[in-house]
Design a protein around this ligand. Structure first.
Ligand SMILES: [Zn+2]
Length: 490
């Protein structure tokens, strides 16, 4: 594959070490902000909320409306959006069908505003502004809502052990290419796309529950049996939380970052905390420092492995194999760099953060001994699995489509999605490393992380960033993988 690459100049590096440590507070200036007051009712599993959104128009045109993704509505009765694949449906809805959603009851600016629930499937809230908001100008809207959690072992829902609030708040659609990017839920992948923003969230809940969230707690009040906590999370893509009566927590600090491991069923909790800490330390060192003060790793009922949110990851408690459990911890923590800090459209380019999370996981095992897993084993098994996938797809469908740039709904099935984004993506970065050396790839990733921190990237941005670091023409190499012409590492 060397034929794809032409290097003109010696490799130049813009930035090395932690000299370019990211400053969250500085990056939090001039961002949209969400200030929410939430009240959780454990009996009904509902969350009543009022939220002020301070919006800054960063486009070049006046905007007459704001649009928000309403991800909880994918869980409502009659939803056409799939939240879980058929194969995993029974396991996730372990008590049978259950429904949730979000009901918007009022939206106001200076006075009441007109709004409608629209999108392809009631997945979008459209708010008509009283006056257009001009470029660089801001406007504020306040909305009231009630969120109902379904009984499902999912990122949004309550299960046997934890109550998971993932992607539950209305979040502004990204305004890109002159339009609001509305996102429909899908059982493949993580169908989310958002700009970083500042969150101030106050939540009241029964004091018997332990809570883990995005951000850090800035205030706690107790009144009878109700706890009220406020969390501040600057420059993050979303706000998530988990509550449970069963969770215990152990913590350790690394590079000035507090890592908390919440668990309810883990005899090896010290190892799980240790793996979390090592993952943060390893990725700090390889890619650039995690810019937030805290990271919560939470063992939760979640039937599809693990899930990343800003400053918080879910690790599925159904993963009984110890080695797999540790690997999921590492993969989800890697997403803090690839998704959390450097964001992308996860519906259209799911491979961007998944391939890098997988490659980062492989690097973790290369840099940290003492596990029953090595970098070489991971690559070897990825190669074998990819070959099996291609053989099976070809025999069943008569062909195999290995294009990586597809939206989540375009993959034939969940397997096709996983192999094409995770496995093929990992092999692509391994091949990149074989081509230019791991040292050069790490420089690429360090520069990519620093350059695009708190931003959204496209595949073209990623390739251009790597080309800038290496002074190599890398487009043919990456395009051959992304278009699915090359799928195995050699
Ligand atoms: Zn992932």
């Amino acid at each position: 594959m060397k034929k794809f690459v032409v290097c003109f100049f010696a490799v130049m590096f813009a930035c090395a070490g932690w000299g370019c440590a990211l400053n969250v507070e500085k990056n939090a200036q001039n961002l949209c902000s969400y200030t929410a007051n939430l009240e959780f009712d454990l009996e009904t599993h509902t969350l009543a909320g009022e939220m002020q959104v301070d919006f800054i128009n960063k486009t070049n045109s006046p905007l007459r409306e704001l649009r928000f993704n309403l991800y909880p509505n994918a869980f409502r009765e009659g939803s056409q959006q799939s939240v879980i694949s058929l194969a995993k449906s029974k396991e996730c809805y372990y008590n049978g069908p259950s429904f949730g959603g979000i009901e918007i009851t009022k939206v106001k600016g200076e006075r009441a505003l007109e709004y409608e629930i629209c999108g392809v499937d009631e997945n979008v809230l459209k708010v008509n502004l009283e006056n257009p908001v001009q470029p660089t100008q801001s406007t504020s809207v306040v909305m009231n809502f009630t969120i109902t959690l379904p009984n499902i072992s999912h990122r949004f829902g309550y299960g046997e052990n934890t109550i998971n609030f993932g992607n539950f708040l209305p979040t502004l659609c990204v305004h890109e290419n002159g339009e609001w990017q509305e996102i429909a839920y899908h059982s493949n992948g993580d169908p989310f796309f958002s700009d970083v923003a500042n969150y101030n969230v106050t939540v009241s809940y029964p004091e018997t529950l332990t809570i883990a969230t995005t951000g850090t707690c800035t205030n706690t009040e107790m009144a009878g049996e109700t706890a009220t906590k406020t969390f501040y999370a600057p420059a993050v893509r979303d706000f998530a939380m988990v509550m449970s009566e069963k969770l215990q927590v152990v913590s350790k600090e690394v590079d000035g970052i507090k890592v908390n491991y919440y668990y309810h069923d883990d005899l090896n909790f010290t190892t799980s905390l240790d793996t979390s800490v090592k993952a943060v330390a390893t990725f700090n060192n390889l890619f650039g420092k995690y810019p937030y003060p805290q990271l919560n790793v939470v063992q939760a009922n979640f039937c599809i492995g693990g899930m990343e949110f800003p400053n918080l990851v879910l690790i599925g408690d159904e993963i009984k194999n110890f080695d797999s459990y540790q690997m999921v911890i590492v993969h989800e923590i890697a997403h803090q760099w690839w998704y959390g800090v450097v964001g992308n459209n996860q519906t259209n380019y799911a491979w961007m953060d998944e391939a890098l999370a997988e490659y980062s996981t492989a690097l973790f095992y290369e840099k940290n001994g003492g596990y029953n897993t090595t970098y070489d084993q991971i690559i070897e098994s990825a190669n074998t699995n990819m070959q099996v996938f291609c053989t099976v797809q070809t025999s069943v469908l008569g062909k195999v489509d290995t294009k990586m740039n597809k939206s989540l709904a375009q993959f034939e099935n969940e397997n096709a999605y996983i192999y094409t984004t995770y496995v093929q993506g990992l092999l692509m970065f391994d091949a990149f490393s074989n081509l230019l050396s791991e040292k050069v790839v790490l420089k690429c990733l360090k520069n990519y992380f620093t350059t695009y921190a708190f931003q959204l990237v496209t595949p073209a941005d990623m390739i251009a960033s790597f080309e800038k670091t290496t002074s190599c023409n890398l487009e043919p190499f990456f395009n051959s993988w992304i278009q699915g012409n090359v799928v195995f590492a050699n």
